[in-house]
Design a protein around this ligand. Structure first.
Ligand code: FAD
Length: 369
């Protein structure tokens, strides 16, 4: 689809795992693609229409941008989208090719009305009527919506911590989101900052061609076992609790710990995984710790995670005193016409699947279905 329709009962923003799950359930519940012709503005039952607006040039969401060496064997696990299995694939195939191709087939086979590339600038209330419409402003025109399901993920909002002296550093600073391949660091010294899975994967990879120093804020928690579903559920429950209480969510993965894979063990034997605490200052040539020791470096890689991309929702003023957004399931308490999917506890491919279904149930209940 190439045109942004002027109105739809439900507008989904984002076509990653979360947006596609929502779109699938909307289709299944009988909603049809919104068309370029204006739809009547009644409050009738959701015989309804919907559209998905996505900022990418093609299918895949954030998976289009994963680094080349993140292969299907090295991702955590990409769960099947509802109604269609991820086909058997070569474990060595890059995730940034496999997942977009799977999403592309899915969009086509379920005939999902996705308009792209469309960037949503902001979502506003048309008036004070709590059941009135929301206006979704994009770079290709406005869509008036009765419900918005937001599925904009985190990839476009990398988190860069701030340290004194950062602007004086003469080397290169980059974030996980900018990482292309280890080759660009051959023969250099790279400081990798961060205690998550991306940090250790990139550290290991770069350590084959460059000298590395690993720094993390907290002592990393290592586990010997495979991923433990109970620990995963507990981690999700913790994040859910924060979100219900109106606090900013934490990354689910950050609570589950790091797993010793054979590759990481081999790296540990080479001394690569010896972690140092966080430095206190960045100098023109490297970093300095509180005890005065320094490390010269050519690059600092900030593998410091992402935040939810919600900039376009700022006009709705959803944040409470806790700094987070109080939620009841996927629904925003301060704005019941808005659902957040792939947010907080649902920021994983399996969480996104469930959140998509829950948001559609909530949206249709709100619309009177
Ligand atoms: P995305 O895939 O980010 O989709 C969001 C979409 O919204 C994008 O297409 C984007 O362009 C669009 N968008 C954003 N803002 C706008 C706007 N203003 N207007 C229009 N469109 C917009 N999870 C797992 O379950 N398994 C894994 O193995 C795994 N590996 C990961 C590896 C890395 C390096 C990272 C960073 C995360 C990983 N995750 C993994 C978490 C993962 O990102 C989620 O599981 C999931 O794919 C995110 O889906 P999503 O739909 O929420 O977001």
């Amino acid at each position: 689809t190439a045109t942004v329709p002027p109105a739809a009962d439900v507008v989904v923003i984002g076509a990653g795992q979360a947006g596609l799950s929502a779109a699938y359930h909307l289709r299944r519940r009988g909603l049809t693609p919104a068309t370029a012709a204006p739809t009547p503005d009644g409050d009738g039952p959701p015989s309804g229409t919907f559209v998905v607006l996505d900022g990418e040039a093609g299918p895949g969401g954030a998976w289009r941008h994963r680094w080349r060496t993140l292969r299907m064997a090295t991702v955590n696990k990409v769960h099947d989208l509802p109604g269609r299995e991820l086909p058997e694939v070569d474990p060595c195939a890059p995730s940034r090719e496999v997942v977009p191709s799977y999403y592309g087939d899915y969009e086509r086979d379920f005939d999902l009305p996705i308009v792209r590339p469309v960037h949503v600038h902001r979502v506003t209330r048309v008036d004070d009527d709590p059941r009135g419409r929301l206006l979704v402003a994009t770079d290709r025109g406005e869509v008036s919506a009765r419900v918005v399901i937001n599925a904009t993920g985190t990839w476009t909002k990398p988190f860069w911590p701030i340290y004194p002296g950062q602007e004086t550093f003469r080397g290169r600073q980059l974030h996980t989101a900018d990482y292309v391949s280890a080759d660009e660091f051959a023969g250099r010294h790279v400081i990798v900052v961060g205690g998550g899975i991306s940090a250790v994967q990139l550290l290991e990879e770069i350590s084959h061609v460059a000298a590395t120093t690993w720094v993390t804020r907290r002592e990393p928690v290592w586990r010997d076992d495979e991923f433990d579903p109970d620990a995963g559920r507990r981690a999700v429950a913790l994040v859910e609790e924060r979100v219900r209480a109106g606090l900013p969510p934490r990354s689910v993965v950050s609570v589950t710990g790091l797993i010793w894979t054979p590759t990481l063990r081999a790296a540990a034997e080479r001394g690569v995984m010896d972690r140092r605490p966080m430095f206190t200052e960045i100098t023109p040539t490297g970093v300095r710790w509180a005890d005065g020791t320094e490390q010269r470096a050519d690059a600092i890689l900030w593998a410091t995670g992402f935040r939810s991309q919600l900039d376009h929702l700022a006009p709705l003023r959803m944040r409470g005193r806790g700094g987070g957004i109080e939620m009841a399931g996927t629904q925003v308490v301060a704005e019941p016409r808005l659902h957040l999917v792939g947010y907080g506890p649902s920021a994983s491919t399996i969480g996104a699947n469930r959140a998509g279904r829950e948001a559609v149930n909530g949206a249709l209940a709100f619309l009177g279905g």
